[in-house]
Design a protein. Structure first.
Length: 75
């Protein structure tokens, strides 16, 4: 009987983090180019750029560390 290779859940977590990070980073960069008319408190810290970058980097690390091809090679 043929065994099917399973894909690690952490690979999908990495994809989710990377996609959300890219969306948040894109929104932050858009706000940097076109500032808000009534900015919230601490707007000058650009938290969306920092958090978007952090999520994108962590997501890319998870995708690199747990690729689907590596799970098949372990067996």
């Amino acid at each position: 009987m043929k065994e099917e290779a399973s894909i690690s859940i952490w690979f999908f977590v990495g994809i989710a983090l990377a996609v959300n990070g890219a969306l948040i980073l894109g929104a932050g960069l858009y706000e940097l180019v076109r500032p808000l008319e009534n900015p919230p408190v601490l707007y000058e810290l650009h938290a969306s750029i920092w958090w978007g970058t952090l999520l994108l980097v962590i997501g890319a690390m998870y995708c690199y560390m747990y690729p689907p091809s590596r799970g098949a090679a372990k067996r």
